[in-house]
Write a protein that binds this ligand. Structure first.
Ligand code: NAP
Ligand code: ZN
Length: 336
């Protein structure tokens, strides 16, 4: 079969490799759709630790082609989405119900072979069945959506709240939809590119601002009459961390979701955070949210087609992961 292998930092190649096999407890999945994620670019550049060589691809959906020994609940032929994050189940964090903080986390498409390939073998406990007639491209959104759901859980949005979202990539545009579904009365997206702002308004944002064109903090405070009840940072840059904290209402919640490169420091004003009781809540990965993401995608509650800006074959993956996103690019989907 064909697989796109990260062989060393900055070197990724499509190769012919042996088909994986479903070992005991595993499923062999034929990949139908896989999403390219910003993290894949970080892994390519060596900014996020991976095994090497390894097949990347942690957002994927496919058909169960073979079932290993000791597997129950799958017969073969099911359409599945796979939670790539395999927690050890035994460490302190795992035994306290926080598998995203597992000390021995293994991730499919990061530390073991993933979905930029014709086939991938996965532990059956990581797989969740989708309706057989679901568009597999939609199924590939379950992984990023599951991370967003953890953030939305932490955000604690109440109906009638105002929500400001910074960063209009695929994550910000999923958050817009989730905030709306959670009952937010104002949903404000801040992102520089006009096309993303237009898409956000189409997806249910009530306002979309360019953070560089005007005083973004004042604009958000104006629309929300004093600050957003909830701010969700989905850009991962120091400026949005700083401005986002200033967009929150007194007593408001700030969800830290974007990944700023390790080692980057951001100056903040602890006095202001204290006297305004800004509640800072980081949301990392997808603890216990993948099956809910699968249910949401299956229900058709989200607009996903608008988020797919390009569909490519395996032969193009290395080129796309190895270069910066094109202007206007939201999600690139790989169809092996
Ligand atoms: P993305 O496509 O890179 O989107 C981020 C967007 O932020 C950019 O496209 C950019 O849009 C915008 N941005 C950059 N600088 C900005 C600025 N100064 N002000 C306002 N907007 C700015 O990434 P994504 O896939 O949507 O992911 C978003 C973030 O979430 C990333 O940092 C990713 O690593 C992180 N993430 C976290 C988790 C988790 O578990 N916590 C899971 C998945 C992803 P414009 O060019 O329009 O400004
Ligand atoms: Zn663990």
């Amino acid at each position: 079969m064909k697989a796109v292998r990260l062989e060393s930092i900055g070197s990724m190649t499509m190769r012919n490799v042996e088909n994986p096999v479903a070992r005991p407890g595993e499923l062999l999945v034929r990949v139908l759709a896989a999403g390219i994620c910003g993290s894949d670019r970080h892994m390519y550049k060596g900014e996020y630790p991976t095994a090497r060589p390894v097949t990347l691809g942690h957002e994927f959906c496919g058909i169960v082609e073979d079932v290993g020994d000791d597997v129950t609940g799958f017969a073969g032929g099911e359409l599945v989405t796979v939670d790539p994050n395999i927690a050890c189940g035994r460490c302190y964090a795992c035994t306290r119900g926080r598998p995203n903080l597992c000390e021995g986390l293994i991730a499919i498409g990061v530390t073991r072979d993933g979905g930029f390939a014709d086939y991938v073998a996965v532990p059956c406990a990581q797989a969740f069945t989708l309706p057989a007639d679901l568009n597999p491209v939609h199924g590939a959104f379950c992984e990023p959506l599951a991370c967003c759901l953890h953030a939305i859980d932490k955000a604690g949005i109440h109906p009638g709240d105002s929500v400001a979202i910074l960063g209009g990539g695929v994550i910000g545009l999923l958050m817009v939809q989730l905030a709306r579904l959670a009952g937010a009365s104002e949903v404000i997206l801040l992102t520089r590119q006009l096309t993303r702002r237009q898409t956000a308004l189409h997806l249910g944002a009530t306002h979309a601002f360019d953070p560089t064109a005007s005083d973004a903090v004042a604009a958000v405070r104006d629309v929300t009459h004093g600050g957003a009840d909830v701010v969700i940072e989905c850009a991962g840059v120091p400026e949005t961390m700083q401005t986002g904290l200033r967009m929150a209402r007194r007593g408001g919640t700030f969800v830290l979701f974007g990944v700023t490169p390790a080692g980057v420091e951001v100056p903040v004003l602890p006095f202001d955070l204290l006297v305004n009781e800004i509640d800072i809540r980081p949301a990392y990965l997808n603890p216990f949210t993948h099956s809910r993401a699968a249910a949401m995608v299956a229900s058709g509650a989200l607009e996903l087609d608008l988020l797919v800006t390009r569909t490519i074959g395996l032969e193009e993956v290395a080129g796309v992961v190895g270069s910066a996103p094109l202007p206007g690019e939201i999600k690139v989907i790989v169809r092996p």
